[in-house]
Design a protein around this ligand. Sequence first.
Ligand SMILES: O=C(O)CCC(=O)C(=O)O
Ligand SMILES: [Fe+2]
Length: 564
Amino acid sequence: MDNDNHSIQLINQRQQQQQLDDCHQNFIRSSPNSNNNNNELLFNKIFAIIILCCCCLLIHQHDGVIPTVQCDIFSSTATIQSLMHLERHLVTSLTLYMENLEERSNQIKMYLSEFAYSAGQKRFAGTYADNLMDNPLQAFQLVKRLTINWNKIVKTVKKDDEWQQVDQLMNSYSMLLPKQEDLNGAALALIRLQDTYNLSLTDMADGYIMGKDSSIRLSARDCLYLGKNAFNNGYYGHSLEWFDEALVRAHQEGNRTASVDEIVPFYQLAIEYIDRLDNELREQNFPRHSDKLRVVEGDNEDYKRYQMLCRGEEFPMDKTELKRRTSDQRCYYSTNNGHPYLILKPLKVEQFNSEPFIAMYYDVISDKEIEIIKELSMPMLTRARVLTDDKDNEISTVRVSQTAWFTEANEPLIGQLNRRIESITGLSVNMNKSDCELVQIANYGIGGHYVPHYDYLIKDKPENQRTNISEKDQYAGDRIATFMFYLSDVEVGGSTVFTRLGIRVNPVKGAAIFWYNLLRNGEGIIDTIHGACPVLIGEKWVANYWIREHGQIFHRPCSLDPTK
Ligand SMILES: O=C(O)CCC(=O)C(=O)O
Ligand SMILES: [Fe+2]
């Protein structure tokens, strides 16, 4: 069942990703009067489903995450920051270029007006002008225009240093420049945030996020774009809301950024499309036809609980479960049975759950160490991908963040952290012996998130598919435990949530969360299903250690007891 759930989540993500790739071209580029628009959308959907079916075969197998070389923008606050700096430079360069353009046009204007003042006058036109050829004043003016004035024009028009500067600047940042899919991703992130945190669209467009005024306002044209984008991604309900907001703003702005006339046809088209879809679904007796008007990121129980927990809502739990959970929660100091590293500075532990053991350790990485790690990672961040069975890796909306990978060979600090983790967990994180994967540094950007998933890889597969395991995984074993440093606080959002256990952990800079993914008999613990809530305000940095099974044989001995 959990494997099924997991696949459904991934299938939904792929469906959305595919629609994103196929559909977003249509609505944004085409005019609302285009006859082919609806046909194209339907065609794209059918195409998306075919591709989706192929993807599903691959996805079912494996959900590890591996590093890549492709980069996109909206998934990392670090890149957004660089782009902000770039734009400042661009504005300065463009201002200089514009001044230069003005100078050019002034020189040309001067030439034309001097000509108009003297030789260009009506009364000098035609044969009469020929009679003036021997006029010394006329000759002087003519020669002056074609020497001084013309030379000035040549000098200013040829002098194009300012444009070269703009060109050079943009070329040097070409790797970082956002693409259409980045814009699409950033727009989808707004929808994700709106949905997960129940945000009012008008508040959001006015720059109010969870009651905080960010003093950023969306224009009518921004809202129009968001409406089109929502429509193309199957968020039909959202598209209507955005068009509505665009209309209100167009009125308020006096049609400055987008006119009412421009917006209305899109609005009408969306209403017609939704009505038709609604009727079709009603005829086919879909019990909850209105739900089908929208593509949701995952419509299973875990995703619903994930959203509730992200919003800070409690979900119903039976009394015994609630009692067990409450008695499990405690805070204490630990030296981990007198470990020499911890005797002088015992660990501050907040336990959330005893079985499976899930706990937070406070003050386990310093601000200085965090800065070093961030600085190292910044140039290496690339968009996180999901690994499929044929080792093909894909970008997916399941996981929106950017990652970089390190070993202690890259940086001595990683070695120090490894020793620290060993003293805290009692497990080996020797990367040379594959007791642990490389450290993964992750930076979540606008709406960055990770939907509910298990960290274990092999035990996620049905029994009959567990024979098809890579040599590396056979040697190292599955991910027995996860140790994750929080390298930042997050202003709003970004919690780590355990959807079956009802646990929400807010990131605390300098702390780390630890849990076991496997029982001592080696089976995966389904209660460890967890996700990262979308970042609403601020940024989120984490460092993930996925500790492998086989190297722990003497540190966490096996047991046949199925409850341990
Ligand atoms: O960032 C988080 O809170 C969780 C990340 C996570 O679960 C993962 O990377 O596997
Ligand atoms: Fe995880």
